[in-house]
Design a protein around this ligand. Structure first.
Ligand code: PRP
Ligand code: ZN
Length: 283
């Protein structure tokens, strides 16, 4: 049995649970419970405060965890990282009241800055040659300027709506973060094997997220040109259509180059193009 720690409630919770579900791992989740066991995979899920996750994984209370790099680096535990997961992207930023005139980071010299990330902030200010007073608070950082606790804040920004609703503007980006999978450094052989299985599934899900399955019809004389425009896993599947001189072609394309490819293959004579999401991709 492998114990996975995820954030109980917050920016990473939903995405973390979705990833586990997309890996075909079933469990009953309840907001009241602090742990659940999967019904079809040797995994137990612990719901914890994100800030506690690196410590618990380092100590072996949990075997693995999903946590933001912001928390990981702040706590100096980046060595636990197994891999980045590509979701829950955010940034740690400095923000000031939107009425404050701000020209450069030097404007923060001698100011009070409230944050839950004193280590990351300290390193950044040092690098920038700025001397400021760091006030460490554990939550509700964004209200610090309006209650007179600090002149600036350094906090996580994702959509930016928390800043806006508190009358703040983002002025510097300190650190970029996304979710990461972390693991205890001394997992038993048995736990390591379960982790390998989980990683195999995570990779299949991640690969599939970036790809689309594409089907199209084309006159046979355009097939060579269309094939050259479509990168595929090995080579595309080509099937004859009932109508003479026409074929159906199936392939996989990258989400990122998708629109560009579609335009080119249409120009080359492709018709009836279908694009389908891929659930899992094992290569
Ligand atoms: C961060 C930050 C803000 C919010 C910003 O909290 O403290 O409250 O996210 O998001 P927005 O830009 O989309 O409005 P986080 O999720 O890290 O939770 P925590 O501080 O309770 O750990
Ligand atoms: Zn937190």
């Amino acid at each position: 049995m492998l114990r996975l720690a995820i954030q109980k409630s917050g920016r990473l919770s939903e995405d973390s649970l979705n990833l586990i579900r997309e890996c075909g791992i079933s469990f009953v989740s309840s907001s009241l419970k602090l742990k659940t066991e999967s019904t079809n995979f040797p995994l137990e899920i612990l719901y914890l405060r994100d800030d506690d996750i690196p410590g618990y994984v380092a100590d072996g209370v949990a075997d693995i965890g999903i946590v933001g790099e912001n928390v990981l680096v702040e706590e100096g535990k980046q060595s636990l990282t197994v891999e980045k997961l590509g979701f829950s992207k955010c940034r740690l930023s400095l923000a000031v009241p939107k009425t404050m005139e701000y020209n450069s980071i030097q404007d923060l010299n001698g100011k009070n800055i409230a944050t839950s990330y004193p280590n990351l902030l300290k390193a950044y200010l040092q690098e920038q040659g700025v001397e400021a007073d760091i006030h460490t608070i554990s939550g509700s950082v964004e209200i610090a300027p309006s209650i007179g606790l600090a002149e600036a804040i350094c906090d996580i920004v994702s959509s930016g709506s928390t800043l806006i609703s508190n009358g703040l503007k983002e002025v510097e980006r300190v650190f970029k973060s996304e979710a990461a999978l972390i693991a205890n450094e001394e997992l038993s052989e048995e736990k390591r094997e379960i982790l390998e299985k989980l990683l195999f599934r995570i990779h299949a899900v991640q690969r599939a997220r970036k790809k689309k399955y594409i089907l199209l019809n084309a006159p046979n004389e355009s097939l060579d040109e269309i094939r050259s425009l479509l990168p595929s896993i090995k080579s595309p599947t080509i099937l004859p259509l009932a109508e003479d001189g026409w074929s159906s072609l199936h392939s996989v394309v990258n989400e990122d180059d998708f629109w560009e490819i579609i335009e080119k293959i249409k120009a080359a004579g492709a018709q009836g193009i279908l694009v389908i999401p891929i659930e899992k991709m094992i290569i």
